[in-house]
Design a protein around this ligand. Structure first.
Ligand code: GLA
Length: 391
């Protein structure tokens, strides 16, 4: 009798368990059928900076696709997990394990770059007859906004939103008049939007109260293999550009725009990154590989598809869309095996590449280049999209 009671009891428990698991299963099934319920954004603490500022990490996810992690320190993308052709998810952007590593000197991993992405010759420029001097933090030039650029400041969270087919994280930063030597109080917002189609939009907006210069970009390094011990030389890249910006030996533009015809800079058809990267071509040699701005085609058309990268083994593909005139394609030539990966390895030379959509380097000193001047009353607004898929 006792025995029967026990088996009856365990039978009932078992039945409840089945019903419970079944309902859980149903919830999951329901979720993947509904676009809204597969997308979300989660906030958690990422630690405290050396200056005692609290940093958060946001996970923007699409359960049917990719997950993007962003921290408020430098507005940095710390990870983008994307599936390969077999559905295995791996992180495809170079990043560190913790905040402490991000605060140490590093080459702008995942960072928002400003006020001026890329180089300004001798850190000098003139606006309305006033000469401004920036820090020379890259040899004799200024690079990526100076000593404490937008990559090293703490961004404020303006808005978190979950919509039908997207999740949104809007960050803001007020750069004070003459901060890092740039004129004007500059109010900047950067809105990251992860869409249901696995695209990540980066919308930059800014206004100033004095005439200034501005060239914002995103400095993520990608390795679509998901294996950081692997170089990116086997990636296939396509850049829709008939010209590029040749540079001198300090990587400052010579002032001319050169045709990519019959050069290692011709990526108009899909081309292996490693194909000409060790060529004796003078420009490739100066960059130690690719570290140049491509003059994107169809500038009059505004926001358009400009580039693609494809990793044949994993099938992972990334497309870039932007309204910007240029894109710096940098092949991680300065990575030298000294920075740690999150899983115990090191980032070796060419273990990642950047597609930094932007204006041409040194535009403030090159009047023939599209202008990077922002006046009071004007609104700076530009959008770039990184769209992930599998082929
Ligand atoms: C940009 C520059 C490179 C390098 C990296 C960061 O891409 O053009 O020369 O400075 O940033 O190291």
């Amino acid at each position: 009798m006792k025995l029967m009671n026990i088996s009856l009891f365990s039978g009932v428990i078992f039945a409840f368990l089945i019903i419970y698991l079944g309902s859980k299963e149903n919830t999951v099934n329901y979720k993947v059928q509904n676009e809204k319920s597969v997308m979300g954004i989660e906030r958690s603490s990422y630690g405290v900076t050396e200056n005692d500022e609290k940093i958060d990490v946001f996970k923007l996810y699409n359960l049917k696709g990719i997950q993007v992690s962003i921290i408020t320190y430098g507005g940095r993308i710390t990870a983008v997990e994307t599936p390969d052709k077999n559905g295995n998810k791996e992180n495809v952007v170079l990043g560190f394990k913790n905040l402490e590593q991000y605060e140490k000197p590093n080459p702008y991993f995942g960072a928002l770059v400003g006020r001026y992405g890329n180089r300004i010759a001798k850190g000098k420029f003139t606006l309305n007859n006033i000469e401004y001097q920036l820090a020379k933090n890259n040899g004799e030039n200024s690079l990526h906004g100076g000593l404490v650029g937008f990559d090293k400041v703490v961004w404020k969270v303006e808005k978190i939103e979950e919509n039908e087919t997207s999740v949104v994280l809007k960050l803001s930063y007020l750069s004070k008049d003459m901060e890092e030597g740039f004129p004007g109080n500059l109010k900047t917002t950067v809105t990251y939007t992860l869409n249901y189609d696995n695209s990540l939009d980066v919308l930059y907006e800014a206004t100033t109260d004095k005439t200034t210069i501005l060239n914002l970009t995103q400095h993520s390094y990608f390795n679509l293999s998901g294996d950081f011990s692997h170089t990116i030389l086997d990636h296939v890249v396509e850049i829709n550009a008939d010209k590029f910006v040749p540079v001198d030996n300090t990587l400052i533009p010579t002032g001319n725009l050169a045709s990519v015809d019959d050069t290692p800079f011709d990526f108009r058809a899909p081309t292996l990154v490693g194909k000409h990267i060790n060529s004796k071509n003078e420009q490739v040699t100066l960059g130690g590989g690719y570290d140049h701005c491509w003059v994107l085609n169809n500038q009059g058309k505004g926001y358009r598809s400009v580039a693609k990268a494809y990793h044949p083994d994993s099938g992972r593909t990334m497309e870039v869309l932007t309204d910007q005139p240029g894109m710096q394609f940098y092949t991680g030539n300065f990575l030298d095996g000294t920075l740690p990966t999150p899983n115990g390895g090191v980032f070796g030379k060419r273990s990642g590449f950047c597609f930094e959509t932007q204006h041409y380097p040194d535009s403030p000193n090159q009047p023939q280049f599209p202008s990077t001047v922002l006046d009071p009353g004007e609104k700076y607004e530009t959008k770039t999209t990184f769209k992930f898929s599998v082929n």
